[in-house]
Design a protein around this ligand. Structure first.
Ligand code: ADP
Ligand code: UDP
Length: 236
């Protein structure tokens, strides 16, 4: 597998074309941003940790019946994945109130929701990823109704599998963001990443935050928190 040209450079990853038309290589960076790019910084070692954590969790999910874009980790920060056209939605699943939900509904962070909440945001940095509902998604043709149903079903299933899995590592899955894409064969698969950048992870005993909120909120110990997630999941 050979990298050819850089197709896209985002805030946290680069995506390279390869000599195989159906595959791309994602390269994880140490760059960190928050608040739609307003806050910028570096989290040393983050790229390698997010790469490894994402691949580990995607493999686990695919064994439990969730199709993913994952193909092969080629080094610490680079992975071969199926090339997809990304469905322009950020799917957010919440179990416990935090972040923007707490603000919007006036809930204390940490309040348990009586059932999981699914939210969709239209992926558009210039618009600040506005929240959209089912009607917007279908009216704007962001995806088809069947695709939306499948994405919703996968997201709730991922929540159950991941939530149970993380509990055994003493990690509470508060909320997280997923992206899905369509492969060249038309299959809907889980894409992008699942990492401390895109999930809220709290220690089940102490409630300590082990995710990007440490960077967003200047809590300190950012690198240690990412390292701790790697250790609890992969044992290193
Ligand atoms: P952002 O675009 O928000 O700055 P990243 O820095 O993480 O985010 O960039 C990675 C980009 O690659 C994202 O736009 C994501 O949707 C896209 N992407 C993720 N997985 C794939 C894939 N398998 N094929 C093509 N693009 C992908
Ligand atoms: N999230 C993400 N990317 C985004 C927005 C949110 O990965 O562009 C994740 C975030 O890490 C959290 C969940 O989605 O785990 C819910 O985020 P929220 O809506 O509370 O927004 P935030 O407080 O991060 O602005």
């Amino acid at each position: 597998m050979k990298k050819t040209e850089l197709m896209y450079e985002g805030k946290a990853k680069k995506v390279f074309a390869t000599d195989n038309d159906g595959l791309v290589i994602v390269s994880y960076k140490d760059d960190a941003t928050a608040f739609n790019g307003l806050k910028k910084g570096t989290i040393l070692g983050k790229g390698a940790i997010n790469n490894r954590v994402t691949n580990y969790l995607m493999k686990m999910l695919s064994e439990k019946g969730i199709p993913t874009h994952f193909i092969e980790e080629i080094n610490d920060r680079e992975t071969v994945v199926k090339k997809v056209s990304i469905i322009p939605l950020e799917v957010i699943v919440r179990n416990i109130a935090a972040g923007s939900l707490s603000k919007r509904l006036g809930l204390d962070e940490g309040v348990k929701l009586s059932r999981p909440v699914l939210e969709f945001c239209y992926k558009d940095d210039a618009l600040g990823d506005p929240m959209v509902n089912r009607y917007h998604i279908l009216a704007m043709n962001y995806c088809t109704e069947q695709e939306l149903d499948l994405i919703s079903e996968y997201s709730l299933k991922i929540n159950r599998i991941l939530g149970d899995y993380l509990k055994d590592c003493n990690i509470e899955l508060i909320d997280f963001k997923l992206e899905f894409g369509k492969t060249v064969d038309g299959e809907i698969v889980l894409a992008d990443e699942i990492s401390p950048d895109t999930c809220r992870f709290w220690d089940t005993v102490t409630g300590e935050k082990l995710d990007k909120d440490r960077f967003r909120r200047d809590l300190g110990g950012v690198e240690d928190a990412y390292q701790e997630i790697l250790k609890r999941l992969l044992g290193e």
